[in-house]
Design a protein around this ligand. Structure first.
Ligand code: NDP
Length: 247
């Protein structure tokens, strides 16, 4: 069986996930590109990963679907023999002011952003325990710390990720598995392009750096937490937000 370093990135078809997949792309690494529906974009990410000398494997599944997650991870571990790094990046927003926030929008955001991480971590931990090695990095958000009007569902999910991250970190560090989070601020992706111009301008005034962030700047933080140099860091959150929030 082929033995390369195996990195799984959920929601890697575009935005931050794509940048994370590319940050790991180097010879000797297989990058597993997960996505839900954006096949063309995922194929484009995979092509860019391979251009950098890594192997890319497409692995479509919905992170909120327990059976799909199980079989997706099983396929990866059966065919590649291991799983070294899991980056839980897939996320969605369904914003609305609280009185109008629909129960289905609450459920969907919690299912993808929080339960999805539970499901993926559970599927990843088994092979990582066997290997006695693993790195898990969960993408949370600045709004999980500060709150944000119109995002009660999203902020609750992102804050929940921190409780999961810290608890799992305590469970797994004795087995050489670290679990950390990266909290981006306002990063230029399709998710933030959906914001109305006025909301974008208001957000910019809250960023001491005076600019939005780039997906590559988030990916660099993820890459560091997955590195050998970060072996003694666990249960932490690394904020990547241009000074928007300082913990
Ligand atoms: P995008 O909307 O640009 O990309 C989201 C990615 O997640 C896509 O690849 C999408 O794939 C995938 N995805 C969505 N739902 C699912 C699902 N159920 N199963 C599998 N994949 C799924 O988002 P960003 O790149 O901006 O965000 C990435 C992460 O960073 C998210 O967790 C987000 O909450 C977080 N974040 C983003 C910030 C920002 O400013 N952009 C700020 C703070 C946090 P497909 O197209 O196939 O559905």
């Amino acid at each position: 069986m082929e033995q390369t370093k195996v990195v799984m990135v959920t929601g890697a078809s575009r935005g931050i996930g794509r940048a994370v997949a590319l940050a790991f792309a180097e010879p000797g690494t297989t990058v597993v590109v997960n996505y839900r529906s954006g096949k063309d974009a995922a194929q484009e990410t995979a092509g860019a990963v391979e251009e950098r000398g890594a192997r890319a494997v497409l692995c479509p599944f919905d992170v909120a679907d327990p059976e799909a997650v199980k079989s997706g991870f099983k396929e990866v571990v059966d065919s590649l023999g291991r799983l070294d790094v899991l980056v839980n990046n897939a996320g969605v927003t369904r914003d609305n002011v609280f009185p109008r926030l629909k129960e289905e929008d609450w459920d969907q955001v919690l299912d993808v952003n929080l339960k999805g991480i539970f499901l993926c971590c559970q599927a990843a931990v088994r092979p990582m325990l066997k290997q006695r090695y693993g790195r898990i990095i969960n993408i949370t958000s600045v709004v999980g710390f500060t709150g944000n009007p119109g995002q009660c569902n999203y902020a609750a999910a992102k804050a929940g990720i921190m409780g999961l991250t810290r608890s799992l970190a305590r469970e797994l560090i004795s087995r050489n598995i670290t679990v950390n989070a990266v909290a981006p601020g306002y990063i230029e992706t399709e998710m933030t392009h959906a914001l109305p111009e006025k909301a974008r301008e208001a957000l910019l005034t809250q960023i001491p750096a005076g600019r939005t962030g780039r997906p590559e700047e988030v990916a660099a933080a993820v890459r560091f937490l997955a590195s050998e140099e970060a072996a003694y860091i666990t249960g932490q959150v690394l904020h990547v937000n241009g000074g928007m929030y300082m913990g």
